[in-house]
Ligand binder design. Structure first.
Ligand code: NAD
Length: 277
């Protein structure tokens, strides 16, 4: 029997949760963990078919999970989506802003407007749209919890991915600002800063970094492992446990907090060599 079949109740019993970008990777792990702890979870993703397939799979394990289409960059679409959640479920208790995209590895001096906009639109502006829509609902309810996925890069920037660093630093500031504005309503807003987890997102960034450093993927995986104080890469469940804690009543006096879940890694500070002219 899987872990999911064992436990379908817990600290989030009866709560309604939305996890954005949850058709795969960290978001999917977070959706499963929230559901294992008793929440009804909506997996909201651009990839509708994948979201529905994963939701069906989790339902077979006795969990309450549904898939839905959401493009976090579509301001009106985001508003309509959250109106729909309230229409269907009458409330919204948890929002996890997980949707985010990596940047093509490029120095600032060569970064195009289009790449800057692409990363900021999803990773920062999309998080803002979802926070704004959910906050209106949670203010009205005078309850709720929002967890944003930041990154250790948002706290300690890595070279060659400035748009991503800035987007995640923005997510941290958004989290801290919203925590102040929603405190009077009893709504908590926190962020998790994950360290490296081997998802599709990370595979894409690693492939580009391997090429620029002229090393193999296996060497890159080992190099990163060696830089993590706890000596291993993260798993989606590591991140999901942190998110679940922040959403739970056990974190009832925590707001405006940025929690690193990174095996002790605080950032990657390597500097690239001079570029060939
Ligand atoms: N994997 C890591 O090592 C790592 C480390 C630090 C932070 N993070 C952050 O965690 C989050 C999840 O990362 P992941 O590794 O699972 O990535 P992933 O690429 O595996 O998954 C991202 C998901 O977001 C969805 N998505 C993309 N654009 C969207 C949009 N406009 N609207 C709705 N959904 C959209 C994708 O369809 C996909 O399902 C991201 O915010 C990422 O920045 C990841």
């Amino acid at each position: 029997m899987s872990e999911s079949e064992n436990a379908v109740h817990g600290c989030l019993d009866g709560l309604i949760a939305v996890v954005t970008g949850a058709a795969q990777g960290l978001g999917l792990g977070i959706a499963e963990q929230l559901a294992i702890n008793g929440a009804t979870v909506i997996i909201a993703d651009l990839q509708t078919e994948k979201a529905e397939i994963e939701a069906n799979q989790l339902q077979k394990n006795g969990l309450s999970v549904n898939g839905a289409y959401l493009d976090v960059t579509d301001s009106k679409g985001v508003t309509a989506f959250f109106d729909g959640v309230v229409g269907d479920y009458n409330r919204l208790d948890i929002l996890v802003n997980n949707a985010g995209i990596g940047q093509n590895v490029t120095p600032v001096v060569e970064l195009s407007d289009a790449e800057w906009d692409r990363v900021l639109d999803v990773t920062l502006t999309g998080t803002f749209y979802c926070c704004r829509a959910a906050s209106k609902i949670m203010e009205r309810q005078e309850s709720g919890s929002i967890v944003n996925l930041a990154s250790i890069n948002g706290q300690s920037p890595a070279a060659l991915v400035v748009a991503y660093n800035v987007a995640k630093a923005g997510v941290i500031s958004l989290t801290e600002t919203l925590a102040l504005e929603l405190a009077a309503y009893g709504v908590r807003v926190n962020a998790i800063s994950p360290g490296p987890v081997y998802t599709e997102f990370n595979k894409m960034v690693m492939a580009q970094r391997c090429e620029s450093l002229n090393i193999s993927e296996a060497q890159m995986i080992e190099r990163i492992r060696n830089s993590i104080p706890l000596g291993r890469w993260g798993e989606p469940t590591d991140i999901a446990q942190g998110v679940t804690f922040l959403c739970s009543p056990q974190a009832g006096w925590i707001t405006g907090e940025i929690l690193r879940v990174s095996g002790g890694l605080k950032g990657v500070s390597a500097t690239p060599p001079k570029r060939e002219s």
